[in-house]
Design a protein around this ligand. Sequence first.
Ligand SMILES: O=P(O)(O)OC[C@H]1O[C@](O)(COP(=O)(O)O)[C@@H](O)[C@@H]1O
Ligand SMILES: [Mg+2]
Ligand SMILES: [Mg+2]
Length: 334
Amino acid sequence: MSKTSYIETEHVPVTLRPMIEALCRVGSKLSLRIARGPLEERLGANLGSNSDGDTQKALDVIADQAFADALRGTGVRHYASEERETIEVLDPDGEFALAIDPLDGSSNIDVNVSIGTIFSIYPAGDTAENSFLRPSDEQIAAGYLIYGPQTTLMITFGQGVLQFVRDPLDGEFKLVVETLTIPEGAREFAINASNYRHWSKPIRAYIDDCLAGVEGPRDKNFNMRWVASLVAETHRILTRGGIFLYPSDDRPGYEQGRLRMVYECAPIAMLVEQAGGQATSGCDRLLGQQAETLHARTPLIFGSADKVSRVCAYHDLPEHEVSALFGNRGLFRA
Ligand SMILES: O=P(O)(O)OC[C@H]1O[C@](O)(COP(=O)(O)O)[C@@H](O)[C@@H]1O
Ligand SMILES: [Mg+2]
Ligand SMILES: [Mg+2]
């Protein structure tokens, strides 16, 4: 007999239930295939590149097709995916629009490190483009599934963040935290430090001051993490605190960072704000912004509110002060 419910639905708004059920059903099945790893047919095989030039792996395509198929008949009129150049109409009379990064962190597929799925939900717009190219604070729900040691769903419907864990014993996502809040005080930052030489001065200055530890203006030591999987970094920060930065840099093609506004940054920003944190594109609140094209990128900085606003303060400093020796910047002590 096939399973009827994949999530404790009483925590999900009635109109969104078919969609969330479908996401959990596919997430469940993907988590089983991911757990089989090399026993499955080459999930990490390179298939070429998607419309935007990113390498496309077999699991990227499998996940995208599985979500699109499962979401048909659940009220999704417009479906936008990282893996598709254009927006697809699933249910012509559906009331919702759903954007998805079907498989985030694909460089980690072959190395048994956490990967995930990120999604963002809006009321459907009058055209396919208007469904997604709109202020990102018009999202009505956002979340991610993470396929790690546990398969977890983090989701917000605009009234806090809920955490569900998939119980491997019966395959159901069960509520474990009803109102998740980002802890303050963590001393961890996440950034791809190999790009240091390409960053702007404010970003370098912020990281320099973290690296200086107890000998620097922050008077404390920091730890660094970089999983190269946005869902994994987000999950750690929602659970333990800290800050994530994927800034713009001077490499060709990275003028707006690497991450995509519609199906990566906007949903993560909504989750973070709903958990009491902040998310910006450097200085400006991310949720006040909108993408100009479906696959547009944006710099992304998010995490505990105090840390994110501190990065913004470095951007506000006049150029000569950012370049000054960190030890002289009393403003940034503590
Ligand atoms: O390899 P880099 O430049 O550090 O980028 C890592 C980032 O790229 C991503 O893997 C992009 O996501 P996709 O795997 O969906 O393309 C993020 O999850 C991660 O934060
Ligand atoms: Mg991604
Ligand atoms: Mg992806």
